[in-house]
Every structure is written in structure tokens, then in C-alpha cells.
Ligand binder design. Structure first.
Ligand code: SAM
Length: 218
């Protein structure tokens, strides 16, 4: 029987690969110490933001054992799925954090992160909420403060509005586009990374929506 949200909350409180920092004063954060104290290696750290069930975190970890992966979402019952899979396989270099992406700088030191994936984030289609988009200038500034120079940010979306908005933001913020695919399943159907499917992506594909991808450097 599928677990309900409450059971999943109880589980993740005991999962050793899940960090929940809801109270900043109580627990010391491994800011600046993720390599030494959490992963016990010097491998690059890759974040998946708004990870939901963490399909990218888990699948990328399987493909790249020489990297560390952290899935981040504010909803604990969603990231339960990825965390459970990582425990069961096991994927030792995978962690999840239940937190608000807005607080990334409180969790990661400058230059501590090597790469960011943002997969089907909420597009916030109404104009007044544009600043909540995860590719809005305020978020790019946060990412810049934790990324190594020249690091890549990947965005996958079904939203033409978010895609166009991101293109415009990239231009106005003088970022460098490193790849662009306007229709992933038409142009790159065999691409192992771009065709990892998430829970939301499966729904968008059923609705015959076009999946877009862009990568860029700040
Ligand atoms: C549309 S869902 C996509 C989930 C997953 N990437 C997928 O493709 O199935 C967007 C996710 O972003 C998370 N989210 C939105 N804003 C957030 C924020 N500020 N901090 C952390 N998570 C956030 C939501 O909880 C939700 O799981």
C-alpha cells in the first residue's frame, strides 16, 4: 500500500541521507564542510533544485559515481522517494535536503557546488510572480555565490514562457549559453541525460507538451 504523507515525514526524519534544517539555530549546518564531513571525498557536488521525487539526483548518481549529488525540495514527502531508492540501492554519494532554495547560501559556502540541475520548476505564469522563477535574477545571484566559476546550470522545462523568460534573463545577465534544445524528444531522443524522466515530465509528455532544455554559465 502506498505510504501517506505523514508516514513519509516520519521516515525521512530517520533517513540518514536526508537533512532537514527547519530550525537554523538548533543544528550546525555542514556549510563549507560537505566534502570533508558529509561525503568524505573531494568529488564535485551537483545540486538538483526543486527535485520533487529526485529522479535526476538518483539517475545522475548511477551514471556518475565520481560525483556527489544533493536533491533539494521544500516538500519532504516528495523527496522521500529518491531518498528511499538511494538507501536501498545503495547510492552512497546521494543526499537530500528539505529546505527552501531561497536559503542556499546558508547551506553552501562560495565555490562549494560544481553544477546545478533545475528540472520542471514551477513556471509561475502570472506576471507578478516572475521573481519566484528559479531562473530569475535573484536566484542566479544566489547560485553564483555558491558555484565554482564557470559552472554549468541546466534547465529542463515544458513551459515555453519559462524557457523564453530564461533566455531573456541569460542575455540581460550576460550569461553564456552552452547548449540549447527546443524539443528534446525530437532533436535528442537518445540523449541519456536529457531523457531522464521525472514525475512531472511523465505528465507533461502524456499531455503532448514539448520538453525544452538549456544549459548556461553565469
Ligand atoms: C513542478 S514540481 C517538479 C518536481 C520535479 N522536479 C519533477 O520534475 O517531477 C516543482 C517542485 O519545486 C518545489 N519547490 C518550489 N519552490 C521551491 C522552493 N522555493 N524551495 C524548494 N522547493 C521548491 C516544489 O515543492 C515541487 O516539488
Amino acid at each position: 500500500m502506498a505510504k501517506n504523507k505523514l508516514q513519509k515525514f516520519e521516515d525521512i526524519a530517520n533517513f540518514l541521507n536526508v537533512f532537514e534544517y527547519t530550525d537554523f539555530e538548533d543544528k550546525p549546518m555542514p556549510k563549507g564542510k560537505w566534502h570533508a564531513e558529509v561525503f568524505d571525498n573531494a568529488n564535485p557536488i551537483v545540486l538538483e533544485l526543486a527535485c520533487g521525487k529526485g529522479e535526476y539526483t538518483v539517475n545522475l548518481a548511477r551514471k556518475f559515481p565520481e560525483k556527489n549529488f544533493i536533491g533539494i525540495d521544500k516538500k519532504g514527502w516528495r523527496l522521500w522517494s529518491g531518498a528511499k531508492t538511494a538507501i536501498e540501492e545503495p547510492l552512497s554519494d546521494v543526499r537530500f535536503i528539505r529546505m527552501f532554495i531561497d536559503h542556499l547560501e546558508q547551506y553552501f559556502a562560495p565555490g562549494e557546488v560544481a553544477e546545478i540541475w533545475i528540472v520542471f520548476p514551477d513556471p509561475f505564469l502570472r506576471g507578478s510572480r516572475e521573481s519566484n522563477r528559479l531562473t530569475a535574477p535573484k536566484f542566479l545571484k544566489i547560485y553564483k555565490n555558491i558555484l565554482i566559476p564557470g559552472a554549468t546550470i541546466h534547465l529542463k522545462t515544458d513551459s515555453p514562457e519559462l524557457f523564453q523568460y530564461t533566455l531573456e534573463t541569460i542575455e540581460s545577465e550576460n550569461c553564456e549559453i552552452t547548449d540549447r534544445v527546443d524539443d528534446v524528444y525530437l532533436e535528442r531522443p537518445d540523449d541519456e541525460l536529457l531523457t531522464i524522466k521525472t514525475y512531472y515530465e511523465e505528465m507533461h509528455l502524456e499531455d503532448r507538451r514539448t520538453i525544452k532544455y538549456i544549459s548556461f554559465r553565469l
